[in-house]
Design a protein around this ligand. Structure first.
Ligand code: URA
Ligand code: SF4
Length: 213
């Protein structure tokens, strides 16, 4: 038997502010992930941040702490932001999916990240749309393929189009995409990691310049 999940739209509050959104999202059961995650991890940052960054989904640390980008990928993001001259406090940070999707290897305790499905990404999308509506950023930066494909379509390839600024009809802000910080953590050696970090910092620096005018 399959359980019907309505998607997040049914849970949106009547009046959209960051406070009403955070509260409403806390009890969202719009997809099956609400059973799996410890809590909803909503976006955080200034109400009218000029830059919004969108990751994939909370990781293990984020799931336990309830805040976005507080684990290893978040620490790498912090370093990249600092190198790009962007103050994390000025950025609204969120994720395409607000609950942690994970699994376990047989006989192992550790919770292992699993990529959210297209259905889960689509179910959670109303929260992201509402965040963009309320924050009205000057640019939305997708960190990695999940966020990029959520906002730019399933055919979008970060490797081919990173750094390009694209207009998306009805979204309310132009969108650009770069890699996910976790992909840099997975680089095969120090030299590759440094190269990927430099490219990530270049993309973020271009974002800073585009809003600093
Ligand atoms: N990875 C993400 O995509 N988002 C987080 O919040 C943490 C890790
Ligand atoms: Fe709701 Fe998104 Fe969590 Fe699914 S992942 S239950 S849609 S907040």
């Amino acid at each position: 038997m399959t359980t019907h999940h309505p998607g997040a739209a049914d849970f949106l509050p009547p009046r959209l502010t960051l406070n009403t959104l955070v509260r409403a999202a806390a009890t969202c059961t719009g997809c099956d992930l609400h059973h799996l995650g410890t809590q909803t991890v909503f976006g955080e940052g200034p109400t009218h941040a000029r830059v919004m960054m969108v990751g994939e989904q909370p990781g293990d640390r984020e799931d336990l702490e309830g805040h976005p980008f507080v684990g290893p990928a978040g620490r790498l993001l912090d370093r990249a932001l600092a190198e790009s001259g962007i103050d994390r406090e000025d950025v609204y940070l969120t994720n395409a999916v607000k609950h942690f999707r994970w699994g376990r290897l047989p006989g192992k305790k550790k919770r292992i990240h699993r990529k959210p499905t297209l259905v889960q990404v689509a179910a959670c999308r109303p929260w992201l749309d509402a965040e963009i509506k309320v924050v009205r950023p000057e640019i939305v930066v997708c960190l990695g393929a999940t966020a990029a494909q959520a906002l730019l379509g399933s055919k979008f390839r970060v490797t081919q189009h990173r750094g390009e600024v694209l207009e998306v009809p009805d979204l309310g802000a132009p969108v650009t995409a770069t890699v996910h910080p976790a992909s840099i953590l997975r680089a095969s050696d120090d030299a590759a990691r440094r190269r990927e970090m430099d490219a990530f910092v270049r993309d973020l620096t271009a974002v800073r310049r585009s809003v600093a005018a």
